[in-house]
Design a protein around this ligand. Structure first.
Ligand code: NAI
Length: 408
């Protein structure tokens, strides 16, 4: 068994926001000291609790501010047991050499399944008819009711969710168009559109699966609704600010758009006790769901399983290949050597300084791996296990050093 530079039971893990028990068990099995808390913590509480914590697990509600990171004297990694990382001050983590891992694929399938359900719901008016029956009205008709077979779906954003949706839609007999700002390989018979406009003009169903970058705000507004086909439908299970809600309501009222399904909103209640306040309320052609696209038991288990292993691998080997903010480095196994993990500000000349120190102490390098991104330089140096331990302090004293860890 590989021995760590630091006894495992001294690695303290704090898991917030009811992270699935599967994660707790994985960390415990690894020998870490794990503490759990059901809710999220505010900045003040977190500053108190984060002292001596090496691994912090959060979901979407806990905000990791610069102040929190600065108070974290031992923090090595943040596990975001969710998809998004907007709640984390990534710059602050970079500056302190804290690596972030999230679970980008764990609820992909959950979103895809509910999107399919909503397309069928909308094309058959199931929710409207159901609501009418609950108030005693019987509406047996086929007005504006359609099969999905043969319809054209236009998928905007062909990432994890968009591309998986593409496969299922095709299996259901739909024609698939997609548009992405990045070159994406078409899956199956899906056809790439050259522009968003082209997709909007030709799709019966437009489904939005873009990420939350600033420029995507109001991606679908007055101009885009004009381009959409008459009686088409719109699905937004991505981010709340992507669709201009006022325009959507207008287009539904004048029956240009047959219906829409929304799971995300410009303003969402922060918890289940708050009211949902929106102009959309009462527009029966819009199916609403409370940001639950990815909320399934399976997804929570997947996330609980995925994040801890990425964090543990980073602690044990320095592997950052699935991290959010670090240069991505997948490393070979460490054999009969010690591993110096050096995190530094990405400035010119740091490698030279590191290697000067190593050569000053006459240390034999068995392997050296470097990756940088705009902010961070990440160098792993495997060295013979017998060496002058003063090298560690010398490396720490290089001015650009953010953090140094030794694995043995
Ligand atoms: P991803 O990052 O794998 O894919 C996003 C894709 O959108 C990328 O290929 C990107 O190049 C593309 N893109 C960005 N801006 C674009 C634009 N203006 N036009 C065309 N393409 C554009 O993300 P993933 O995992 O597929 O998630 C998609 C969205 O779904 C994200 O916004 C995510 O936050 C959201 N989501 C919502 C959930 C829910 O509960 N409703 C659950 C999981 C994810």
């Amino acid at each position: 068994m590989k021995k760590l530079s630091y006894p495992k039971n001294k690695i303290k893990v704090l898991l917030l926001e009811k992270i699935d028990k599967v994660a707790l068990n994985i960390f415990k099995k690894e020998g870490y000291n794990v503490e759990c808390y059901d809710g999220s913590l505010n900045e003040r509480e977190l500053i108190k609790r984060i002292k001596n914590i090496s691994i912090l697990g959060i979901r979407s509600k806990t905000k990791i501010s610069d102040k929190v990171i600065k108070s974290a004297n031992k923090l090595l990694a943040v596990g975001a047991f969710c998809i998004g990382t907007n709640q984390i001050n990534i710059n602050a983590c970079n500056n302190s050499g804290v690596v972030i891992f999230n679970a980008p694929y764990s609820n992909t399938r959950s979103v895809v399944e509910i999107v399919i359900a909503q397309i069928i719901n909308l094309l058959r008016k199931i929710i409207i008819k159901s609501n009418k029956m609950h108030s005693g009205e019987w509406r047996k008709d086929s007005i504006d009711s359609f099969e999905i077979r043969g319809k054209t779906i236009g998928i905007v954003g062909y990432g994890n969710i968009g591309s998986q949706l593409s496969i299922i839609c095709e299996a259901l007999g739909m024609k698939v168009l997609y548009y992405d700002i990045v070159e994406k390989l078409s899956i199956g018979n899906a056809k790439k559109c050259k522009s968003l406009n082209e997709l909007l003009k030709t799709s019966d169903i437009v489904s939005l699966h873009v990420d939350g970058r600033k420029s995507n705000s109001n991606l679908i507004g007055v101009k885009e609704f004009k381009l959409m086909k008459k009686k088409s439908i719109l699905i937004n299970y991505s981010r709340g600010n992507i669709v201009d809600i006022k325009s959507l309501i207008q287009n539904i009222k004048k029956q240009k758009i047959l219906g829409a399904a929304l799971d995300v909103f410009p303003e969402e209640p922060s918890n289940n006790n708050d009211n949902f306040i929106s102009k959309i309320r009462g527009v029966e052609e819009i199916i609403l769901s409370p940001h639950i696209g990815g909320s399934t038991k399976e997804a929570q288990k997947n996330i609980g399983n995925y994040v801890p292993y990425k964090v543990i691998d980073f602690i044990n080997t320095g592997n950052t290949s699935n991290s959010v903010n670090f240069p991505k480095l997948a490393l070979p196994e460490q054999t009969k050597s010690h591993r110096l993990i050096h995190i530094h500000k990405n400035e010119p000349g740091v490698m030279l300084e590191i290697n000067k120190v190593i050569s000053k102490y006459n240390i034999n390098i068995k392997g050296q791996y470097l990756k940088t991104n705009d902010n961070i330089g990440y160098v792993i140096t495997d060295i013979d296990s017998i060496y002058n331990k003063k090298v560690v302090n010398s490396l720490k004293s290089i001015s650009a050093t953010i953090k140094l860890r030794v694995l043995y």
